[in-house]
Write a protein that binds this ligand. Structure first.
Ligand code: ATP
Ligand code: MG
Length: 402
């Protein structure tokens, strides 16, 4: 049985002070993930370049894999056996790891690394000594374990480090990216659709802490529509230390005012200009420095470059669109992978569809949109919308209003 999980993190571009910030945050996030897993408490240890998580029982493995697999900043998770830094102990441990990983035999190669440069053998010598021992014990010609140097199916890894030696065979892929909390704060415009949850996830993946802004047109949109968004938020919270704040903005009066005062074909353009203004206001109130959306060029009428140009004009905050170059298929694949797809396809109305014009303007003009908005009390509408809004805290277990 593996006694430890050895966590590898990406080190590219990490230097000096940033590196410590990154590692400290990653350790905190790992501790948080372990606490959320419901498993017994344990001490996480850091050694140079690695983070070690003790395994208390073999039965914990699936739960550990699930929860640590959602911690951004982890490159790979290796179930390892630890041993003393003496060749015979390393050899015996290597044989037992191999027998446990490949009980029915197979082709393998030994690879070694030595971060303790005082260890008497060089890395290739360690590999040779370990492989030699394995063949001595199992019989080189028994055909059970065969050396395969070019394209090994399995790699038996030995790491000789300052404090001990570690042996493992195989690893679980990490979520990659940067630890949440190292990349500043932003809001994400979260609809009930397929795209925006993926955009939120990609923001988190780069270490950004996000809060969601959702526009709802109650009573034109149903309770079910809100429930859907909060369910998406609960799913996303799993990737952000178990928490995601959701600002549900009461958008109905704004939509009615636009509908009453502006030509129908500009309805979507002007509605989206309001969304961006409000998203910026929410971002400012929570120290957010950017707005994320799930837009992808060309997907719908409001996502032509002409539309984006006119809509984006209301804010000077960076608007980040991580899906901009993705096709719908790629976005759907991501949504399935991260676990939001099934919720996103529930059939409830979004505020965008409630007042959807028959022929939305595909190439709106800025001057026209601005002229139409002159008839609207923009600030007052926004203040009222925000005053009637609610904020929820979503966690994997449920939501509460805050
Ligand atoms: P999605 O699948 O994310 O709903 P979409 O393809 O339906 O996207 P649009 O409806 O044009 O596209 O919305 C584009 C983006 O605007 C969304 O990805 C989301 O970021 C934001 N958005 C749209 N509707 C809302 C809403 N009701 N509340 C918050 N944000 C929204
Ligand atoms: Mg949508």
């Amino acid at each position: 049985m593996s006694q430890l999980l050895m966590i590898k993190y990406g080190e590219l571009g990490l230097k000096g002070k940033n590196k410590n910030l990154f590692i400290n945050r990653l350790v905190q996030n790992i501790q948080q993930a372990l606490a959320a897993s419901g498993l017994p408490e344990r001490q996480v240890q850091t050694t140079r370049g690695r983070i070690m998580v003790p395994v208390l029982a073999e039965a914990e493995m699936p739960t550990l894999r699930e929860h640590l697999g959602r911690v951004f900043g982890i490159y790979a998770i290796c179930p390892v056996q630890r041993t003393t830094k003496e060749l015979p102990a390393i050899q015996r441990t290597a044989l037992s790891v191999l027998q446990e990983s490949l009980p029915n035999g197979g082709e393998f190669k030994v690879e070694s690394r030595r971060s303790d440069k005082s260890f008497p053998l060089l890395s290739p010598q360690i590999s040779q000594a370990v492989a030699g021992y394995i063949f001595d014990q199992t019989g080189e010609h028994s055909e059970l374990y065969r050396a395969q140097m070019r394209h090994p199916e399995h790699i038996l890894q030995v790491e000789v480090r300052d404090e001990a030696a570690y042996v493992y065979c195989g690893s679980w892929p990490g979520a990659k990216g940067m630890p949440v909390g190292t990349g500043g704060r932003a809001v994400v415009m979260l609809s009930g659709g397929i795209d925006s949850p993926v955009a939120a996830w990609l923001a988190m993946k780069r270490g950004v802490t996000v809060e969601a802004v959702h526009f709802e047109s109650f009573p034109f949109t149903s309770e079910r529509a809100q429930e859907k968004v909060l369910d998406l938020a609960r799913e996303l919270a799993r990737w952000q230390n178990g928490q995601l704040k959701v600002h549900c903005i009461h958008f109905t009066e704004i939509q009615k005012a636009i509908h009453a005062a502006c030509p129908e074909e500009y309805g979507i353009t002007i509605m989206r200009r309001f969304m961006f203004r409000l998203a910026e206001r929410v971002a400012r109130s929570s120290a957010g420095l950017a707005i994320y959306t799930g837009e992808s060029v060309g997907q719908v009428a409001s996502q032509t470059l002409e539309s984006m140009y006119v809509i984006n004009e209301v804010t000077r905050m960076p608007v980040l669109r991580p899906l901009v170059g993705f096709d719908k298929e790629e976005i759907m694949a991501r949504a399935k992978q991260l676990g939001t797809y099934e919720t996103s396809i529930r059939p409830y109305e979004d505020c965008c569809t409630v007042f959807l014009p028959a022929h939305p303007k595909i190439k709106p003009r800025l001057a026209e949109a601005q002229a139409m908005e002159e008839k609207l009390p923009i600030k007052q509408l926004m203040d009222e919308a925000l005053a009637a809004s609610k904020t929820w805290l979503a966690t994997p277990k449920g939501v509460e209003e805050i």
